[in-house]
Design a protein around this ligand. Structure first.
Ligand code: FAD
Length: 416
């Protein structure tokens, strides 16, 4: 069975490798001429690392990224609200990784070249038009100049073409731009000193002003330094206009640093870290409404094309990776591709819609807002502000929702 994938991002490359391994004939068409290590840091949850390990990528991941030991939530004064061991440190059979998104994409690309062969990865090919003709899909690709380049006939087309998916746009032409609730994110990378043991991911502050940071480079850690990925979120007001969403748009210190100037924790100098950054990018926190369906006959969506979500709970890349395994498993059962794509949708769309909606309601970050509302000046004992049973409920509900609880993860592993 021939499968064409539009988009060689994290989701598209993982899906291609999983499908190829399962015996499908896969070709990937990517819009850019050349992949470059773009972006800043991302986290890959243990449930997604499991799939990458299955593709033989664990040595490359551990040589490149940082095995995340702990996720820590803190108030805007740096006081700990909740700390949770991650991956193997939580007793799971797989690690969680913090890694530069560009390094991850390059690592996946090199693996895909090895596994599929470079002839099956086509660059400078944007999906132009496509339609199902009987039992086939005909997809036409254009080059960077918009000129017709290639026409491919396949059994299945997967749109893994990201936030501005052209494949999604064909089925939902009136959807309009991504949804924005007024939060801008400034993302940067700084070489600094390791903090909190050198493998902790921190979320500090509250919904309208938040600071996230974590180290992302094994090479820096081996030299005793830390390459620290950080994100500053600021709510710009309900009347603010949605800026252009461009992953590579440079950000300006003056637009956000003043608001973080007094965030000096006893374990991290936040303004100092921001000022020493060698990259600063600006991006609005956007998502899209969950769709009624992803699969239309022999055509479906995957990753951000299917379920773009707010970056809360490290789900963006992780869920795109999990989609790749799910679609492979469904296509491997039985011989009716349309039914398989429907089963993939039935399996993945409802939980992804719940994450999109939960993240709009702040997801697990709700604990930050509760503490900010009840103790804006900080606390002497957390229990008097956020009792342990209330905190436990928030955490358990979210882990269940994103299928990151131990029980669900082990069940998924048994299926693969
Ligand atoms: C340049 C870039 C930088 C990013 N930086 C970060 C970051 O720093 N932190 C973070 O959390 N997330 C970042 N993301 C988003 C993150 O990678 C995704 O949210 C997540 O990994 C889901 O992956 P995906 O494969 O669905 O989408 P993406 O990783 O966005 O990949 C989509 C791919 O499709 C290609 N494409 C787009 N349109 C077409 C078309 N018409 N035809 C063919 N190919 C097409 C794109 O060039 C891209 O390679 C970035 C995405 C991109 C593209």
């Amino acid at each position: 069975m021939k499968i064409v994938i539009a988009g060689a991002g994290i989701g598209g490359l993982v899906a291609a490798m999983c499908l190829h391994r399962a015996g499908f004939d896969v070709e990937v068409f990517e819009a850019v001429n050349e992949l470059k290590p773009l972006g800043v840091g991302i986290n890959i949850q243990a449930g997604a690392v499991r799939i990458l390990c299955g593709l033989g990528l664990e040595p490359a991941l551990s040589a490149t990224g940082i095995e995340t030991r702990e996720l820590r939530y803190a108030n805007r004064h740096g006081q700990t609200i909740w700390a949770d061991p991650r991956g193997r440190h939580a007793g799971l059979p797989w690690p969680q990784y913090s890694i530069h998104r560009g390094d991850l994409q390059m690592l996946l690309f090199e693996a895909a070249e090895r596994i599929l062969g470079s002839a099956r990865l086509k660059f400078g090919r944007r999906i132009g038009s496509f339609e199902q003709q009987g039992q086939k899909v005909v997809a036409r690709f254009v080059d960077r100049g918009g000129q017709p380049a290639e026409q491919v006939e396949a059994d299945i087309l997967i749109g893994a073409d990201g936030l501005h998916s052209a494949v999604r746009g064909r089925f939902y032409p009136d959807e309009g731009p991504p949804k924005w609730q007024g939060i801008l994110m400034w993302r940067g990378v700084t070489v600094g000193k390791p903090f909190l043991g050198g493998a902790t991911m921190v979320q500090a502050g509250h919904h309208t002003q938040k600071f996230v940071c974590y180290p992302i480079s094994r090479a820096h850690a081996d030299k005793g330094d830390a390459l620290i990925n950080w994100i500053c979120d600021l709510h710009m007001g309900d009347q603010a206009m949605l800026p252009r969403e461009d992953w590579n748009r440079p950000g300006k210190l003056a637009d956000f640093l003043p608001r973080f100037e007094d965030w000096k924790f006893d374990w991290l100098d936040v303004p100092g870290l921001i000022k020493s950054a060698h990259t600063i990018l600006e991006f609005p926190m956007v998502d899209r409404d969950p769709l009624p369906r992803w699969s239309h006959g022999r055509i479906t969506l995957l990753g951000d094309a299917a379920h773009p979500m707010y970056p809360i709970g490290s789900n963006g890349a992780s869920q795109a990776i999990i989609d790749g395994e799910a679609i492979t498993q469904e296509l491997s059962v039985g011989d009716d591709p349309e039914k398989a794509l429907k089963r993939y949708e039935e399996r993945r769309l409802p939980p992804m819609a719940r994450i999109v909606e939960s993240n709009r309601r702040k997801g697990i970050d709700i604990m930050l807002d509760i503490v900010e509302q009840r103790a804006p000046q900080g606390f002497s004992t957390l229990d008097s502000v956020l009792p342990p049973d209330e905190l436990d409920r928030i955490v358990a509900d979210y882990k269940k929702l994103v299928a990151q609880d131990r029980e669900t993860l082990l069940k998924l592993a048994a299926l693969s």
